[in-house]
Design a protein around this ligand. Structure first.
Ligand SMILES: Cc1ncc(C[n+]2csc(CCOP(=O)(O)OP(=O)(O)O)c2C)c(N)n1
Length: 359
């Protein structure tokens, strides 16, 4: 019999809030009624904001964008567990994460309308900008978190990516580096079952994405990504561990993208209505609502009031975004580097000479 090398080889699965709104009280994180209501409001806001962006895109007012729909618990639950001083690194589907971190909604509209001013994240919001190149943000996030460690600051980073991103070298390089140097970072993979039309089974032969953590010597956990409380708890514990100098965690949130990949996609070409209907029954927002109602924390009047407030806030954000006016052409050149390199200076000058510069 060949010699066996033993290693730690199991992955915990966490679910607290079931589809019927019942919770496993023993596993509940410590969250008070107001905190849970606040998270519910953020999820509802995010869903309605998604709907509004879709309408604006269909009217030709904004460009292509990626809906969050179905993944609200992954983003609200994890970002709610973060402290203000922590940093969030998004992929391109993280509007709910941004909103939870406090980014004004109008800035998201500006960004998807192609206005760089939407990417000028306010100083106290502590988020990087959207990353459209798949997985690139993982390396930025690891480097950033390494900085916290070198400076001995008690802060951590949360980085989001999809199941598709786990096939990129950046993912493996990032996890490896984080493991070796015990970086204070939480990797959140929103496994929404597809990378555009590529299903999860074609992405990896691993049974779970969470188990990939083991190869890099970091902790991995799989959570029900449509369960707000499980995502919150797993992230809160991972952040504490990161800040206590105990290294990184990979959290796989098992979820489902209820909408198309982006507004340029038609998901009916590669998945069935039956599948979407099945996942709709696991909707993360309905679950929290059922929980709140069962605890008598939430009534129909509260829901009506919330919907009205959300609609007003979204309409207000649209008005603010529309009022911002035409951007300065320099904005296209300004933000990539602290000091503009000579070739960008030259290009900017060309634009100005052609009479297109507004400054
Ligand atoms: C480096 C790179 N390669 C390809 C693309 C095109 N592309 C955009 S999104 C996407 C799939 C991403 O899937 P996943 O990481 O699972 O995230 P999801 O869209 O499901 O949130 C691809 C291949 C890209 N944006 N960047």
């Amino acid at each position: 019999m060949p010699k066996q090398i033993a290693f730690k080889g199991s992955i915990e699965y966490l679910q607290i809030l079931k589809e019927n709104g019942k919770v496993d009280e023993k596993l509940m994180p410590s969250l008070n009624k107001n905190e849970i209501i606040r998270m519910y409001e953020l999820m509802v806001f995010s869903r309605k904001f998604d709907d509004k962006l879709l309408a604006l895109q269909r009217q030709g007012k904004i460009g292509t964008f990626a809906q969050v729909k179905g993944q609200e618990a992954c983003q609200v639950g994890s970002c709610y567990a973060m402290k203000q001083e922590d940093w969030m690194f998004p992929a391109f589907r993280e509007a709910a994460a941004f909103l939870t971190r406090g980014l004004p909604a109008e800035m998201i509209i500006e960004t998807v309308a192609g206005d760089e001013r939407g990417n000028k994240i306010p100083e106290d919001v502590n988020c990087f900008t959207y990353s459209v190149p798949v997985a690139g943000q993982i390396l930025h996030a690891v480097g950033f978190a390494w900085g916290f460690k070198l400076r001995k600051e008690r802060k951590a980073v949360v980085v989001f990516f999809g199941d598709g991103a786990t096939s990129k070298g950046d993912f493996h390089e990032g996890l490896n580096f984080a493991g070796v140097f015990k970086i204070p970072i939480v990797f959140i993979c929103q496994n929404n079952q597809y990378a555009i039309s590529v299903p999860r089974e074609k992405q990896t032969a691993s049974e779970t994405i969470a188990q990939k953590a083991l190869a890099y010597g970091i902790d991995g956990i799989q959570v029900d990504g449509n369960d707000l409380f499980a995502v919150f708890k797993a992230t809160q514990e991972a952040l504490k561990k990161a800040k206590d100098g105990k290294g990184a965690t990979l959290i796989e949130c098992v979820t489902y993208r209820l909408g198309d990949h982006t507004t340029a996609d038609d998901s009916s070409k590669y998945r069935t209505k039956k599948e979407v209907d099945e996942w709709s029954k696991k909707d993360p927002i309905d679950r929290v609502k059922k929980y709140l109602e069962s605890k008598k924390y939430w009534k129909r009047e509260d829901e009506e009031k919330l919907f009205k407030k959300v609609e007003e806030k979204i309409n207000d954000a649209v008005i603010k975004a529309e009022k911002i006016g035409i951007p300065d052409v320099e904005d296209m050149f300004k933000y990539m580097y602290k000091e503009m390199p000579w070739y960008l200076e030259e290009q900017l000058q060309e634009v100005k000479d052609a009479g297109n510069g507004s400054s």
